[in-house]
Design a protein around this ligand. Sequence first.
Ligand SMILES: Cc1ncc(COP(=O)(O)O)c(C=O)c1O
Length: 377
Amino acid sequence: MAISERAAQLKASGRPTISFGAGEPDFPTPAHIVEAAIAAARDPRYHHYTPNAGLPELREAVAAATLRHSGVTASGRQVLITNGGKQAVYLGLAALLDPGDEVLIPAPYWVTYPEATALSGGVPVPVVADETAGFKVTVGQLDAAATPRTKVLVFVSPSNPTGAVYSPEEVQAIGRWAGERGIWVLTDEIYQQLVYGGIAAASIATVPELEDRWLIVNGVAKTYAMTGWRLGWLVGPADVIKGASNHQSHMTSNVNNIAQRAALAGLTGPTEPIEEMRRAFDKRRQTMHGILAKMAGVTCVEPEGAFYCYPGLEAHLPRFGTSMGVASYLLEEADVAVIPGEAFGTDGYARLSYALNDDDLEEGLDRMGQALERAQD
Ligand SMILES: Cc1ncc(COP(=O)(O)O)c(C=O)c1O
């Protein structure tokens, strides 16, 4: 927040600030989705409340997409349409947690996980994944962190902020471990379709040992460049979904009817626009990773998914103290905004999003590289 605010201030004062902070695609929503929303806005049938859990046709389309992309069979009754993946995370944890229940959260983590855990009276337990392990936690680490109070493991692959994607074998091993210990898995699959290099992101919900102790979080925000439309979903056992739906009913009621029709167009429409965005991200991923990996005092694991790099800044810590210190230096000296790793539970790193245009991406990285080189002199 501090970096974003200062970056906005500098930009407003006329400085040529380039921000790598974006947590959303820079593309517009594909035209066929926008057209569906316009048609819905013109049709009085969509001017009213929908069932709290969502339009039946959208719940069915989400169930079909869950089978297509996650390999998990669920009925429309097992789907709750939510105000973004963020609300799905919160409602899923709220449905599962009793006060004092512990939630294993692999770090670096998306900051909402510990906050949503705490809001439900749960206790977040970060499990720090090592850079040398590609920022992926191991069964051994999870087992060491688990206690009799462990209720849920939050699993996210591809990951925000690291872009790490667990291999099918790693997913199986972690799912089996959770299943054998009776631990629920909340799997956040929002970046599932943004994977590169010919790999696929396996869903942990397919692991048989988990039986029905899984909840899938997903949504249209990242895949369809629809962050502002606020539409996500939670899929899981019918009783948990019913509980989460009751909760949502008294908080916010159904999601915006027009946005639901737009999401339906996304899920059932052509896939070329999605593939085009994915290819553009892949190109930028390679550019960014290639430049970061050669930068003075910087290490960089190659990300395989999402739209982030998570470089290590260890060599710069003696001078700047923390990654917040490095980020402040880069902002003041190079007009480049990066998100310090403290925001994701791991100091010594920074998150750079490649969801920005090619010119800014290269110019920003060039300035960053020069500033870090000067810092080492
Ligand atoms: C890992 C992860 N999950 C879920 C979300 C939620 O997305 P939304 O609430 O916009 O659907 C985000 C957004 O940044 C994210 O990074």
